[in-house]
Design a protein around this ligand. Structure first.
Ligand code: DGJ
Length: 697
C-alpha cells in the first residue's frame, strides 16, 4: 500500500480517491469505482515511467499546467503577457471537510494559485469537480486554456466512447466509437452547447460489451457556452478525458486579485452499464430540480406547428378550445404574437403584443384562454433582436459586433450582448413587464442565433473581455431572477430545439425542448439518446401531425402518444383538422398519462432495447407501480410484425419473486417471467405501441 497522502470522496455507492503523486507536485487519480475500490494499490500507478517523457506526462494527473507537463497535453496554459508560457507550481496544501476537498498549488513566478475543488453530491453517485485560478501577483495573467478537470478513466483495453451527436433536428443521436489510440474531441464554439454534440460522454472498457454488469464512467460539463470534451487513449489502455470551457476569442486575462472559477464537471460512475449510468444522471437531475420537481408537469398544447407565424386571437382560441376539450392543461402561444412578427425577418426585441392580432387586447385573450380552464404560456427569445426593430434603432451598441466589420445575420437576426448589465436589465424588465401584466404561468425561452462576430464596440479586443463567460453570466442571472421573482412560472428551455441543454440550464428551468423534430421514428431515436443523459421529467415532447415535417414514415396516433408520454407530454398538432375519433382517442391517452405521470417523472427509468430493435421501450418504477412504454419499430405495411408469435420486451429491476398485474387486462405475471421472457406484444399495422401499467401484488 502506498504511504502517499490520499483523499477519498464517497457517494452513495461509489468512491473517488486522489493522491499526491510520488513523482512530483501534482494530484493524480488513485481509484474510482464502487465503494471500497480504493482499498488496494492504485491500478493507475505509472510512476517512474520516464523514457523519452517526463513523469508528469505519464501521470494519471487530475490537472496539470503546460510547463510541468510538456508533451502530452495540459489542462492549463498560462503566462504573464509577453513572457514565455508555462507554469511550474508547488503543492500548497489540502483542505478536506464534509463539503468536499480542495487541493492548492502555487507558482510564485507567475503568481498563479490553482485550487482543484471536489464535492460529492448527496444522494447521488456524482462527484463535482472544478478549478479556481487566482492571480495573486501584481501583473495580469493570460490564460489560453483553463479546463475544469481531467480524469484518467481506469480501464485497460482502450475505450468505447458513447456520446450524443447530431445537428439541428437530429440532436442527441447516440453514437459510439472505439478509441484504442489517438484523440477524439467534441465541443462547440457557438456560444451555446450546440446541436452537434451534447456536453456529455460515457466511457467503458473497449473489451467489454455494454450490459448490466459493465463498469461505466460518465462526465457532463455544466456550461451553456463554448466547451470541449477530449478523450485521449494512453499507451497503457487507459483513456484520459479532459473537459472545460474554450476561450474562443483567444485567451482570457486574469487581473491581479481576480479568481476565475471554471464550470463544474460532473463525474458519475455506475457498475451497471449505460442504462445504469443513465439512472445516475436522472437522479442527479431530479436533485437539480429541487422542490420544483414535485409540481406536476401539465399537459401542454403549443400552436407553433399548427399556425406558425399566423397568430391571431380567433384562430388561437379555436385551438385552445379544442385543446381544452381533450384534456390539455396549458396553452402556449409560440413565436408570432408580437408587433412586426409576420415572419422571421422582423419584430424581435419589440416585445409588445400585436394589437391587430389581438383586437380586444392581449389581456382579454389570455383571460379567454384561462377561462377554458388552462394555464397560459408565452414564447420569447429575449437575447435576439431584428435589425429593423425599434430596440435596435435605439440601441445599436447592444449587439455583438466588431467595429468596422459588417453585421452578419443568422435567421435574419442579431444577438444582444447579454454580458452587458444594461442589456440584462432590459431583458429582466421586459420579462417582468410581460409576467406582471398578463396572467402567464409558463414561459418558453428560445434562442435561435449563435454569436458570430464576438466584439463589444468601444471596449477593446475581445481577448480582453471574456464575452463567452459574460453572456453565460447574463443568461444565468436572468434565469435566476425569473425563479426568484416569479417562482410560480414554469420555464421551458429551448434553443432552436436542443441547442442549449446542460446542467446549468436544467437547474434553472422546469423542462427543456430536445429537438424541433417530432416525427415519430426520428423522435424515438432522439429521446432514446436524450434519456441516456437527462431525466424524463425535463424532457418536453409533443404529439404532432402525421406524417410530420421531417420524417414521412407513418406511425399510429398511439405510437405518437406513447413516445411523447415517455417524458412531459404536449400536443403540437393542428387539432382543428382532427376527426372526432382522433380527438376522443387523444383524450383517452391524456387521461391515461395523467394517471401515471408521477411514476414517469419520479420513478426509476430504464431504457429497454434500442430503436434498432423490433420492439423497444422505457420502463418506469416506483416499486408499487411499473409503467412500460412499448414501441414497435418494425414494418407497417399491413403484414404482422412478428408472424405467429408476439414479440417480447424483457423488463428489468423487478423482484423475481413478486407478482405483477396488468391494470388494464388483469393478466398477472411472475417477476421472474417478466425478467426472463418479458411482456408480450402482438404488434400489427394498427397496433404499434402500448402503455402497460403493472401493479405489484
Ligand atoms: C425554434 C423552436 O425550437 C421552435 O419550437 C419554435 O419555437 C421556433 N423556434 C419559433 O421561431
Amino acid at each position: 500500500m502506498t504511504s502517499y497522502e490520499r483523499w477519498t470522496l464517497r457517494t452513495e455507492h461509489t468512491s473517488y480517491t486522489v493522491r499526491l503523486s510520488p513523482d512530483g507536485p501534482w494530484a493524480e487519480l488513485d481509484a474510482w469505482g464502487p465503494l471500497g475500490v480504493e482499498d488496494g494499490p492504485s491500478a493507475l500507478d505509472w510512476s517512474h515511467r520516464t523514457h523519452f517523457i517526463t513523469p508528469a506526462d505519464a501521470a494519471p494527473a487530475e490537472y496539470l499546467p503546460y510547463g510541468l507537463r510538456p508533451f502530452t497535453g495540459a489542462e492549463l496554459v498560462a503566462a504573464r503577457p509577453g513572457e514565455d508560457r508555462g507554469v511550474w507550481w508547488e503543492f500548497d496544501g489540502a483542505e478536506q471537510n464534509a463539503d468536499g476537498l480542495r487541493l492548492t498549488f502555487t507558482d510564485n513566478a507567475t503568481g498563479l494559485r490553482t485550487t482543484l475543488c471536489y464535492a460529492a453530491v448527496p444522494c447521488t453517485d456524482v462527484i463535482l469537480r472544478w478549478t479556481e485560478l487566482t492571480c495573486t501577483g501584481d501583473g495580469e495573467l493570460r490564460l489560453e486554456r483553463f479546463d475544469s478537470g481531467a480524469v484518467n478513466v481506469p480501464i485497460t483495453s482502450g475505450a468505447r466512447l458513447t456520446y450524443l451527436a447530431g445537428q439541428w433536428s437530429q440532436e442527441f443521436t447516440r453514437t459510439q466509437l472505439q478509441l484504442e489510440r489517438g484523440t477524439f474531441t467534441m465541443g462547440s464554439r457557438q456560444g451555446a452547447p450546440g446541436h452537434a454534440y451534447a456536453p456529455w460522454m460515457a466511457i467503458q472498457d473497449g473489451a467489454l460489451s455494454d450490459g448490466d454488469i459493465t463498469p461505466t464512467y460518465g462526465i457532463a460539463l455544466e456550461w451553456p457556452g463554448n466547451w470541449h470534451i477530449t478523450a485521449e487513449a494512453e499507451p497503457g489502455g487507459s483513456v484520459r478525458v479532459r473537459a472545460g470551457r474554450v476561450p474562443h476569442e483567444g485567451a482570457v486575462l486574469l487581473a491581479p486579485g481576480e479568481t476565475l472559477v471554471t464550470p463544474r464537471l460532473a463525474c458519475a460512475f455506475s457498475p451497471s452499464g449505460l442504462d445504469g449510468l443513465s439512472r445516475v444522471w436522472h437522479r442527479y437531475e431530479r436533485r437539480l430540480s429541487g422542490a420544483r420537481l414535485h409540481r406536476p408537469r401539465k399537459v401542454l398544447y403549443n400552436s407553433w406547428e399548427a399556425t406558425g407565424f399566423d397568430v391571431e386571437a380567433a384562430g388561437q382560441l379555436e385551438l385552445a378550445k379544442a385543446a381544452a376539450d381533450i384534456g390539455t392543461e396549458l396553452f402556449v402561444v409560440d413565436d408570432g404574437w408580437f408587433t412586426g412578427r409576420s415572419d422571421d425577418t422582423a419584430g424581435l426585441g419589440d416585445w409588445h403584443p400585436d394589437p391587430a392580432a389581438f383586437p380586444d387586447g392581449f389581456g382579454r385573450f389570455v383571460d379567454d384562454v384561462r377561462f377554458l380552464g388552462m394555464d397560459f404560456g408565452l414564447w420569447v427569445e429575449p437575447e435576439a433582436v431584428s435589425p429593423g426593430s425599434r430596440l435596435y434603432a435605439e440601441h445599436p451598441e447592444w449587439v455583438y459586433r466588431i467595429e468596422g466589420r459588417p453585421d452578419r445575420l443568422v435567421r435574419n437576426q442579431l444577438l444582444l450582448d447579454l454580458g452587458r448589465t444594461d442589456v440584462q436589465d432590459f431583458v429582466i424588465g421586459t420579462l417582468d413587464r410581460l409576467l406582471g401584466t398578463y396572467d402567464i404561468g409558463y414561459l418558453k425561452w428560445d434562442m435561435n442565433r449563435p454569436p458570430t462576430e464576438r466584439g463589444r464596440p468601444g471596449a477593446g479586443p475581445a481577448d480582453r473581455l471574456d464575452l463567452d463567460a459574460g453572456h453565460v453570466a447574463g443568461y444565468l442571472r436572468v434565469l435566476d431572477h425569473l425563479r426568484e421573482a416569479h417562482p410560480e412560472v414554469i420555464i421551458e428551455g429551448c434553443a432552436g430545439g436542443g441547442g442549449r441543454i446542460e446542467h446549468a440550464t436544467i437547474a434553472r428551468t422546469d423542462v427543456v425542448w430536445p429537438s424541433d423534430n417530432t416525427a415519430p421514428l426520428d423522435r424515438l431515436a432522439i429521446q432514446f439518446g436524450f434519456l441516456h443523459a437527462h431525466a424524463p421529467h425535463v424532457m418536453s415532447s409533443w404529439v404532432t401531425d402525421a406524417p410530420g415535417v421531417f420524417d414521412p414514415r407513418p406511425r399510429s396516433l398511439a405510437f405518437r402518444f406513447v413516445t411523447a408520454m415517455c417524458g412531459v407530454l404536449g400536443i403540437g398538432a393542428d387539432l382543428r383538422a382532427w376527426t372526432p375519433g382522433q380527438r376522443a382517442e387523444a383524450a383517452t391517452w391524456i387521461t391515461r398519462y395523467k394517471e401515471v405521470r408521477d411514476v414517469i417523472h419520479h420513478g426509476e427509468a430504464r431504457l429497454l432495447g434500442t430503436p434498432d430493435d423490433r420492439t423497444c421501450g422505457v420502463q418506469y418504477d416506483t416499486g408499487e407501480r411499473t409503467v412500460v412504454a412499448a414501441l414497435s419499430t418494425g414494418r407497417l405495411d399491413g403484414a404482422p410484425l412478428v408472424p405467429g408469435r408476439p414479440d417480447r420486451l424483457r423488463l428489468r429491476g423487478l423482484d423475481p419473486a413478486a407478482r405483477y398485474r396488468d391494470t388494464a387486462t388483469g393478466t398477472a405475471y411472475g417477476g421472474a417471467h417478466l425478467l426472463h421472457h418479458g411482456l408480450p406484444f402482438a404488434w400489427s399495422a394498427a397496433h404499434d405501441a402500448d402503455l402497460v401499467v403493472l401493479r405489484r401484488e
